[in-house]
Design a binder for this molecule. Structure first.
Ligand SMILES: O=C1O[C@H](COP(=O)(O)O)[C@@H](O)[C@H](O)[C@H]1O
Length: 271
């Protein structure tokens, strides 16, 4: 039997915006509000970042809002994680980390009091010899921030923090994080991370580290940002009730309490 949608999680709500700028500014504004509230009420907030066009544009929008004086969390209480990464040398421009630092994190460290220790990137190729080793290293890092007994995943406890928000992009093939159609990584259960050694070359460097579906499903909120006509078919197929997760992994992009798909009109054209 293939991978099933985890129906214990929140069904997707779909919101359509005019264009990428409206999508990313909406997500950015919501992110600031949720992190502020979470940091105040819990003393600590955790967010999982994504790469890709809309993902990085969202971080640029966060920086823009903060520069404009929007209400923001106490950054000393916010911890940044990643949903996936390319196993490349530190500073490589294809790393999601490198792009996120340039878009937002360097600014938050330099001007907004974000401690560098609160930035928790996935391992580089200097730190891990292969993707599975990288996955193991990141699992240990997540474990260090786990609540005393971990968070409940669909297949048992996972030793990792409870993400207040997980940001996700959706690839033109329907992938999220580095969970690609037809790959073994889709059926990894009971652990927060796994390695991918054969990501489609047309979608970037093939060696990846990714969070698993079980980890995705522990996040309180999962928010996708999906923009552009090349995403229209994947978005429509993933949002069909009972969609095939093996073919369209984004069908299983669901948070424990809330799932919101933020689409622009081009990406929503086939819904
Ligand atoms: O490979 C990746 O692609 C997805 C989607 O990126 P996009 O540019 O098509 O929006 C991204 O979310 C992921 O982090 C990245 O590694």
């Amino acid at each position: 039997m293939g991978v099933q949608i985890n129906t214990e999680t929140a069904a997707p709500q779909v919101e359509v915006f005019a264009d990428r700028a409206e999508v990313t500014r909406t997500i950015a504004s919501r992110l600031l509000a949720v992190l502020k509230q979470a940091a105040q009420s819990q003393g600590m907030a955790h967010v999982s970042l994504t790469g890709g066009g809309a993902g990085i544009a969202t971080l640029e929008a966060v920086a823009e809002l903060v520069r404009e004086g929007a209400e923001a969390p106490d950054w000393a209480s916010v911890h940044f994680w990643w949903g996936d990464e390319r196993l490349l040398p530190a500073g490589d421009e294809d790393r999601n980390e490198t792009q996120a630092r340039a878009a937002l994190l360097d600014f938050l460290v330099a001007e907004q009091g974000l401690p560098t220790d609160n930035i928790c990137p996935m391992p580089t190729s200097e730190e891990a010899a292969h993707p599975e080793a990288g996955a193991q290293i990141y699992a240990r890092q997540l474990e260090a921030f786990a609540a005393e007994h971990g968070v409940q995943g669909p297949h048992g406890k996972l030793l990792m923090p409870r993400f207040d928000v997980m940001l996700l992009g959706v690839g033109p093939d329907g992938h999220i994080n580095s969970l690609f159609p037809g790959k073994d990584s889709l059926s990894v259960i009971g652990q927060p991370t796994t390695g991918e050694s054969d990501a489609p070359v047309e979608l970037g460097p093939p060696l990846r580290v990714t969070l698993t579906f079980d980890a995705v499903h522990t996040a309180r909120r999962v928010w996708t940002g999906v923009t552009g006509a090349d995403k229209a078919e994947a978005a429509a197929e993933a949002l069909v009730p009972g969609a095939d997760v093996t073919q369209y992994p984004a069908a299983n992009a669901r948070g424990a309490e809330e799932t919101i798909w933020h689409l622009d009109q081009a990406a929503a054209a086939q819904l």
